[in-house]
Structures are given as C-alpha cells and as structure tokens.
Design a protein around this ligand. Structure first.
Ligand code: BGC
Length: 754
C-alpha cells in the first residue's frame, strides 16, 4: 500500500512530531492513534530475540521471552558463508514476525581492535571486508521478511571502558579503511532499515551528534535511506543530534528532549523541516513493517536445528595431529565443567533466554559412551585438588581425553573489558597436567574472544568452538566424532600473547584512545611485522584435504575502471566430503604508500565430494585495490603491480599472479619551493622540469663531487649523488643561483595546474 507520508506528517502537531523522535518506553516507539500511527516494538538482537514483555533493561538483567540463541557473531563469522548468514537472518526475521518485533537491533559490526574488548563476542571480525559481507548477508535475511535491522554501533566503538564518554581518536584514512567499511558495505548492499549510532565520541564529537558521520558519510555518500537511532542513552544534546542526523532517540526521554525539540522549533533555532524529515524516515520504516506483516509461528524446535547447523559450519578446527575425529569404539573421557554446562553466549544486551541448551555430555549419548570427570568448574577460577586429581586419573586410563575449557561468564561481557587474555589459571594448569599423562589430549575452547594457549604445543587436537549458541554442545560432539566435517576459518588472528596485539599500548584509556596503530589492525599488523602468531586469520582445518590449481586472471593489464575476474580450481583430495573457504588477498606492490602486506578482498565457500573439483570465481574492482587518499578524500588505486594471492588462510597462500593496474585519476600536485626534486622527477607531469633542474644541480656539484670522489663508478653513474639531489628541496636551486625565484615559482604554479 502506497502511503503519503508527507501528508501524514503534515497532519501531526509539533508535539506529536517531536514525540515521534524518542521512545515511548524501553522498547517501543510512540503511537499517534488519531492518525493511525501504531506503537511498534524494537528488540535485541543480534543473534536471537531478546524480547522483554515484562521489566525492561538494556543490560540483559531482566528476563525476556523464551527464544533461540543462535551462534553469536564471533562464531558465525567463521563460517565465511554468506548464504548461511542470510539463513540466520531469515530465521531471526521470521521469529521477529511471529513475536511482533518490527526491528531487530543488530548486526553489530565493530572491528575487533583488541582481544580485550568485552563485547568482541558480538562482533564479526578484525577484518572490515569479512565483517561487511557477513553483516550484509544477515541484513538481507532479516529484511526479506520486512523486519528491520539496526546495524550497530556506528562507529569506532571498540572498547567498553567509558564507552559512553570516551573519544576514539582515529585518523581519516584509518576510519575509512578499517572502522567504517563494514557499515558502508552493508548500507550499499543491503540498506539496513536503521543504523544505531554508538555511545562514544569520535575525534572529540559524540557519534550521536556528528553531522559528518550521520549525514555526510552515511546518507550523502553511501545513500542510506532509513533512520538513525541512538544506542540506549547515547544522546548527549538532543537538538544538535537531530540536526546532525540522529532521527530517533532510544529509549524514552521522559518527555524532556521532546520538549527541547519543540522549544527549538518555536524559537527558530531548529528548522521544522529537519524534524519533519526525521519523522518521515521513522514512519517509513514503521509502515514498511506494518504493511507487510507475515503470519509466522514461532518454530523453536526447527530454529534450534538451524542454530546447530550454523555452529557446525562455523567452529574452527585449529590443530589436529591425527587425533580427530574420534571413533565410538575408543575409550574417551570428557573433562571440564563446560562439557556439562557450556558457555554459549555472552553477557549484556544480547543475552537470550534460551528455550533449550545442548551440552556435549548429553549430546554424545547417541553416538558413543564416554566417561566424565569435571576437573574444574565452568563458572570460576579455582583449582580443586580433588576434582583435578580425578580428572588426571581418568585421562590416564582413557585412549583419548577431551578437555572442555573456556572463559567463565564473568571474564567477558558487555559493559567492561577483559583485564588479560588468559584462561582461568586452574584450567591452564590442569590442561598441562593432563597433557603430561595423556598423549592424545584434545582441547575444546568456549570463549568470546581469543585466549593465550601456553599449552598449545602439548596437545594434539584443538577445536575453537567460541560461543556456540544454544545448540553448540551438539555441534561440538558432531565435529569431534566426524559426523560433521569442520569448515570454519578464523575471523581474527589468535596472537601468541596479549602484548603482541597492535593496540596493546593504546587500549582502554579513559578519556581518549589513540588508534595509533592506524590501519595495521589484526593480520595487517602481524604480517607487516613478520610476527609469529598462534593461529593466523583465515586458518581452519578439515578432515579432508584440498588442492588449489589453475589460477586465472581474465586480464593482466587493467585500469581502475575495469573489473578483474579471478578463477581458481579447488579439488577435494581426501576421502570425505568437505567444505573449503577459498580466500583472495590483494597485495599492493606499487610502493606508493605504506599499506598492509595483503588484505582480504574476496572469499567463497565451496562444498566438495571426495575427488571433486570446482572452479571458484571472484570479481575485483577498483575498491579491491584502492586505499583512502586523504588529499582526495576518496579511494585511490595507484598505478603499478598488484599481486593476487589465493590461500587457504592468510598465511597459507597457495597460488599467486600479478596484474598491472593503470589509474585513470591523477593525484593533485602540491608543488611548493620545498618539494623535493625527486618528487618532480617521479611524476610524468613534472619529470621534464625536474630533470632540467637536476642537470643544473649536477653541473653545479660536478667539480666538488669529482674532487671528493663521490662517484667512483667508472660508468659515470652516481647513485649516491642522485639520491642526495632527489632529496633536495627545489628552493636550493634558487639559493645556489641556478634559477631565479620568480621563474621557479612561476613554473611550479604552471605545473601545479596540470
Ligand atoms: C547496547 C545495544 C543494545 C541496547 C538495547 C545498549 O546498551 O549497546 O547494543 O541494542 O543497549 O538493549
């Protein structure tokens, strides 16, 4: 049904319009009954519904309706599978329709800058391309049911400490290359109905009242069409916020900020059309949902199965020295409280009231008989001598021991950051003790963010289950016993230790956090520094093996206006069916600017029967090669060579090929008297003049250089002299009396306009 929203807005009073721009209560927008505008509900999100019918809060304290907890983003991102994320969104969208929720508050796409951020479990990746692709797929799924999403937290919200006041100090290039692209991709590809602005400041300005962020970038550049809502309590000053592009304040403001809006319109400091526009945007989304209601039933059982499948497709087999899969004839012991009481979701606003939770001990029953020793509790760090001794004894007597380890709830949550990257001490100790008596030890990790693994070399098998959602327990068992062939890949680097992390010295500052590592986040840093890591970004094993061959580029020369089609064959060379994530990284060899060694620019997940080969095709465009040029305030791909790398992980590159790119865009010339001569010589537009000046310098210096024998090369070449001249500012040519200042200034001006 076509609605004339402008007409509707024109019928609203000033007070009704101002009221429409803040919540009715914790979860609802206001209604205007006389005009047929209903009160609609929004709900967390992102990995299931946290719909509170009763007492409301944004910290996950009060109970919500029974629902399904799907794997949080930390795990689902490891699927590297757009279809799967779409299916997750689709399922959540149906659940939202069934429970009358108009907007689901997610996905959350903030970049994992540090493993200590308490909320990393809700975020996808350290890589903006993967985060953006995953978010776009999820949004498509939810919104296919005309239920809105709220991509969050916009932007640069990468720590929990003082999240409501701290300023993220990030330079323009880093924002554009690392912290904004996940939002940009999702907006451009999938038009989330809403965007949720973050609590923090960015370079001193609150996200909630930042016109550059909320209007210039989000709407004018990216073309966002929905409405912007605040994170819960993120409004600092309401009227400047509204002017900046913050349409809806959540939750309710007790009427205070509504009155501020009314007063501002009345005293002329706020143009009423700004208010009208915000109301129209909000109503458009409300009616999109209302006019497309679907009859859906809450299919909890079926959705539980979907949750299990997503977990199975995402868990990452980190290490396997011929110890997995387990067989039901083996004498296996499960050790650790997480086998009985898994940690499967994080704390805070995303906390789901699961209608059922699988645990490994129960799930294994239909598959094999295993023994169990608790060893340690899943909820605290306490080395219980008796429990530990029993576990060591049980491990000794078994063929294989599987230790279910992980972080207790209190170790990570929304609202605060972790203080270290270790497992509870009692667990590290017991893992070591068990590995000493049992050569076939396997560790399964339940954590929302990486942990240090000092015992990594002492165990034969390692499964990163992350937080598996409510069906994670059965997913773990199905992978351990080979019912499912693992196919997840790490969406973040697992560093050896916390202090290796690029943000280590600049994280969790109280007032201002300096993002001084710039674009070197995650593998971009570890690769540039050639550092050893525990497990690299993109890593993940399978029970089968894959061969890569036949890498083809459809051209070897291209301009930045062309696309490049890359294809590669992947063959399953093992004896069981499996899935492989083919990763494409681009490496800039042009040397124009300091860049990461390589960056992920494409990936595809393929399913292969034993012996089967499939061709995977990916397409690259200018953006795949470009960096953000702050002179242009735009993306720029330099002319030169780029290497296309195809790998099974960021550090397992199997095939490479080079493409030569020619930029159709010229960078502006900023020529001054201080421009080094070498810069003139390097640019085609100024080369001739540069060489002319160089010749003058050479002639001037030649008696000196031969006297001090600067060039002892008989060929007459003088690399040292050339380097010195290249670094010389052109004003020196004037001071040596080789050209008049007027002539030089005139020439530089003439060249600058080229
Ligand atoms: C969180 C949001 C959440 C909101 C509502 C806030 O504290 O940062 O992610 O959607 O609460 O629960």
């Amino acid at each position: 049904m076509e609605r004339n929203l402008k007409e509707l807005v024109s019928q609203m009073t000033l007070e009704e319009k101002a009221g429409m721009c803040s919540g009715l209560d914790f979860w609802h927008l206001k209604s205007v009954d006389r005009l047929g505008i209903p009160s609609v509900m929004v709900s967390d999100g992102p990995h299931g519904l946290r719909k509170q019918d009763d007492k409301a809060d944004h910290l996950g304290i009060n109970e919500s309706i029974k629902a399904v907890c799907f794997p949080p983003a930390v795990l689902s991102a490891c699927s590297f599978d757009r279809d799967l994320l779409r299916e997750l969104g689709d399922t959540v969208g149906k659940e939202a329709q069934a429970t009358d929720v108009s907007v689901v508050l997610g996905p959350a796409v903030n970049i994992k800058r540090s493993p200590l951020c308490g909320r990393n479990f809700e975020y996808y990746s350290e890589d903006p391309y993967l985060a953006g692709e995953s978010a776009a797929a999820f949004i498509d799924g939810v919104q296919s049911h005309h239920v809105g999403t709220s991509i969050k937290h916009f932007a640069a919200n990468n720590q929990e400490l003082n999240r409501m006041s701290c300023s993220s100090e990030v330079d323009e290039r880093t924002l554009r290359e690392i912290y904004l692209p996940a939002f940009e991709t999702a907006v451009k590809k999938s038009q989330p109905y809403t965007v949720m602005c973050s609590y923090n400041k960015i370079n001193g300005t609150y996200a909630s009242e930042n016109p550059w962020l909320l209007t210039e970038v989000l709407r004018d550049e990216w073309g966002f069409e929905g409405y912007v809502m605040s994170d819960w309590g993120a409004v600092n000053e309401r009227v400047p916020g509204l002017k900046a592009g913050l349409d809806l304040e959540m939750p309710a403001s007790g009427g205070m900020t509504d009155r501020e809006i009314v007063a501002a319109v009345q005293d002329g400091s706020l143009d009423e059309s700004v208010l009208d526009q915000a109301v129209e945007r909000i109503l458009r989304i409300t009616f999109t949902w209302l006019d497309n209601r679907e009859k859906q039933n809450l299919t909890l059982e079926a959705d539980h199965e979907t949750a299990r499948r997503i977990a199975e497709e995402s868990m990452v087999l980190l290490k396997n020295e011929n110890v997995l899969p387990l067989s039901s004839s083996e004498n296996v012991v499960f050790i650790g409280g997480f086998a009985k009481k898994p940690r499967y979701q994080g704390g805070g606003s995303s906390h789901i009231n699961s209608f059922r939770v699988d645990n490994a001990l129960e799930a294994v029953k239909g598959i094999a008989e295993v023994s169990y020793a608790e060893g340690f509790s899943s909820s605290k760090d306490f080395y219980d001598e008796k429990l530990a001794a029993e576990a060591v004894e049980a491990a000794k007597n078994a063929d294989k021991a599987v230790i279910f380890a992980g972080l207790p709830d209190s170790f990570e949550s929304e609202g605060y950051d972790r203080s270290h990257m270790r497992l509870p001490e009692c667990q590290d100790r017991l893992i070591r003790e068990i590995a000493e008596v049992q050569p076939n030890t396997i560790v399964v990790l339940h954590n929302g963010s990486p942990v240090e693994m000092p015992w990594k070399d002492d165990v034969k098998g390692l499964l990163e289950a992350y937080l598996g959602g409510q069906a994670g327990g059965s997913a773990v068992v199905n992978i351990l016993y080979g019912k499912v062939n693992p196919s997840g890949k790490l969406a973040e680097t697992l560093s050896l230790k916390l202090s290796d992390n690029p943000s280590y010295l600049n994280f969790a500052e109280k007032e201002k956090v300096n993002y001084s590592e710039g674009v070197f986040v995650g593998y971009r840093y570890y690769d540039a520094k050639e550092m050893e890591v525990a497990f690299p970004f993109g890593h993940g094993l399978s029970y089968t093996t894959f061969k890569y061959s036949n890498l083809k580029l459809d051209r070897t020369e291209m301009t930045d206006q062309d696309t490049l089609t890359v294809s590669v064959d992947v063959t399953n060379t093992g004896d069981r069916a499996g899935k492989e994530v083919v990763q494409l990284y681009v490496s800039d060899l042009t040397g124009t600017v300091r860049r990461p060694v390589k960056e992920l620019k494409g990936y595809e997940k393929v399913s292969l029967e034993p012996g089967e080969t499939k061709t995977v095709t990916m397409t690259l465009d200018k953006r795949s090669f470009a960096w953000y040029n702050t002179d242009l305030h735009d993306w720029y791909a330099s002319s030169g060579d780029y290497e296309i790398l195809i790998g099974a992980s960021s550090r397992d590159i199997r095939l490479k090929k080079i493409v030569h790119l020619v930029s159709t865009r010229l960078l502006p010339l900023h020529l001054t008297l201080n421009t080094p001569l070498g810069e003139l010589i390097a640019d085609d537009r100024t080369k001739e003049f540069g060489l002319f000046l160089k010749k003058k310098m050479d002639e001037f210096f030649s008696p000196v250089s031969s006297a001090v024998n600067l060039s002892d090369d008989e060929s007459g070449e003088d690399p040292m002299g050339d380097a010195i001249v290249a670094a010389t500012p052109v004003r020196n040519v004037v001071s040596f009396g080789l050209i008049s200042k007027e002539d030089l200034v005139k020439k530089l001006k003439e060249l600058s306009s080229k």
